[in-house]
Each structure stands twice: as C-alpha cells, then as structure tokens.
Design a protein around this ligand. Structure first.
Ligand code: A3P
Length: 295
C-alpha cells in the first residue's frame, strides 16, 4: 500500500518536450513497449478532467453486477494508471498486465504523441475526456495543493501563470486537448467526451458511451449506474473517493471537491480572466474544438 511512501514533492522536468515528474517516466521502457490488446479500453484525459468519473462509469457498465469486484478494490486498482510508478505499489504496467478481468480498462494522462504504439496497432477503443481550461486549471490547482506527490503549486496566481505556460505535469492543457482532438479525425475508435456534457446530462452521455462500446444495457441497469456515479454518491463511496491514499491530504482539499461547471468564477479575478482569454485565443486559434465554461 501507499502508507510507506515517502512524501516528496517532485520537480518538473522536460521529457520529450512535455513537463513531467519522475513518477510517470521512471518506468518508461515498459510503458513504451506496453502490449495493448484489441479489446482494451483506454481512458485518456488531461489530469482533473473527469478521469475517475468516466473510469467508474465504464467499470460499472462492464463489471457492475460483480459485487466482489465492486467492493474489494478501489477504482485506481481496477483501472490501472498506465504510466504510474510509485514503487510502493505495483507499477501501472504490472497492474494492467495482471488484471484478472476482461476487457481491461486502463487509464492514462499521456498526451497523444506519447501513447504506446501498440494501442494504435491493436486498434483499441479509446475514450478521451476533456474539460474546459478554466475549471480544469482550478481543479488542478487544488489537486496539487493536496497531493504530496505533485509539484508544489504555489498560490493561485503563480499556478495560473504556470498553467498558461504549460508548466504542469503532463504539459500544456492546450496541446493535450488539441492533440487528441486531431487524432479523432483519423482514428475512428476514439470517443471524445466533454466533462460539461456529463454534468449536463449524465444519462445521455452514458448512452453515448454504450453505443460507442457496442453495449446493450437495460434502462434499469443504466438508471442504477447513473445514480451510482453522481458526485455525492462517488464522494461517499470509499472505492471511488480516493480516501484510501495517504499521500492526499483531504484536510487541504478533498479529491471529490466540487464537481461543478463554472467554479472558475470563484477563483479568477477580472484581470486574470482577461489575460487567460487572451492567451487562450492564441493557443486555440488553429483548432475547431469548442468548450463551454458554463452550462
Ligand atoms: P473538481 O476539483 O472541480 O471538483 P480526475 O478524476 O480526472 O482527477 O478529475 C477530478 C475532478 O472530477 C474533480 O473536479 C472531481 O470533483 C470531479 N468529479 C469526480 N467525480 C465526479 C462526478 N461524479 N460528478 C462530477 N464531477 C466529478
């Protein structure tokens, strides 16, 4: 378990043009050569875009009727974090290789150009989840404050300046969402979802997922899932709320923090918002992907 993990906030460094910390690059040979399977489902996100939410939805869609599976292991063991390497628990690649269930659900935060090539060769299904930059930045700020294996975020203004420069773990938000959006144009087994859509109508997005994955679930089953994946339900659920990880200090900020669209308005000053919009326009000028910062 994590309890013996020495708390050390890592430094950012450049890794193939992307800001990273060693926890996600120390196992790179194994990550790079990871053997994907045709029925693997890769859940790809920029950190704090709704990874856990979509992981749990997929886990319930495939394994919701398996009580033992649902209660014996927290979600981060059931859906291995591919590039993670924390030494005190098995690496993401080991966990994935040893998953007893099939299909395998695998999580990654890698920008599209760093994804192991066998996923493309095997034509595995990929679900990408994106969240608007402002809420994503706010969520990431609070996460870096409470998670002792993330770099020190500094105060909100410092963090926001770094966010605009892409000096975060997994690099710039802009390149991440744009890179994956571009990939979607040529790789048909990729579903690109938005956090804002999930908040607006979870049921509609679950149906969307089912049709992408070729799953037929009954209305009753879907309704049960929709209830189970509501913010409050996941916040109470020990298997999904990350309360079992000691490197996170919930007294600073809980993992299940707010789960809202538009919380950025409680953080951005008018000046920060204007500066952010200016930078955003520049960085997003060549893409067709559109985000909603309120619903
Ligand atoms: P906030 O910090 O804005 O609350 P990830 O899983 O990628 O780390 O993303 C975490 C973010 O998703 C957090 O955002 C968390 O509260 C939110 N989240 C997790 N489960 C959710 C749910 N069921 N409904 C809405 N938001 C959820």
């Amino acid at each position: 378990d994590f309890s013996s993990l020495k708390l050390s906030r890592p430094e950012l460094f450049d890794f193939e043009g992307v800001s990273m910390v060693h926890y996600f690059t120390d196992n790179w040979e194994k990550v790079k050569n990871f053997q994907a399977r045709p029925d693997d489902i890769l859940i790809a996100t920029y950190p704090k875009a709704g990874t856990t939410w979509v992981s749990y939805i997929l886990d319930l869609l495939y394994f919701g009727n398996d009580q033992e599976h649902q209660t014996s292991q927290p979600i981060y063991m059931r859906v291995p974090f591919l590039e993670s390497f924390f030494k005190v628990i098995s690496s993401g690649t080991e966990l994935a290789d040893n998953l007893p269930t099939s299909p395998r659900l695998i999580k990654t935060h890698l920008p599209v150009q760093l994804v192991p090539k066998s996923f493309w060769e095997q034509n595995s299904k990929i679900v990408y989840v994106a969240r608007n930059a402002k809420d994503n930045a706010v969520s990431y700020f609070h996460f870096d404050r409470m998670n002792m294996v993330q770099p020190e975020p500094g105060n909100w203004n410092t963090f926001l300046q770094k966010f605009m420069e892409g000096k975060n773990v997994f690099g710039p938000w802009y390149d991440h969402v744009n890179g994956w959006w571009e990939k979607k144009q040529t790789y048909s087994n990729l579903l690109y979802l938005f956090y804002e859509d999930l908040v607006e109508d979870t049921g509609r997005e679950v149906e969307h997922l089912c049709s992408f994955l070729g799953l037929s679930t009954s209305i009753e089953e879907r309704e049960k899932i929709i209830k189970g994946v509501q913010f409050d339900a996941m916040k109470q659920n020990k298997m999904t709320n990350y309360s079992t990880i000691p490197v996170m200090d919930f007294k600073i900020s809980p993992f299940m923090r707010k789960g809202k669209v538009g919380d950025w308005k409680n953080h951005f000053t008018v000046a920060q918002n204007e500066q952010f919009d200016e930078v955003y326009k520049q960085k997003m000028k060549n893409t067709t992907v559109k985000f909603r910062t309120e619903i």
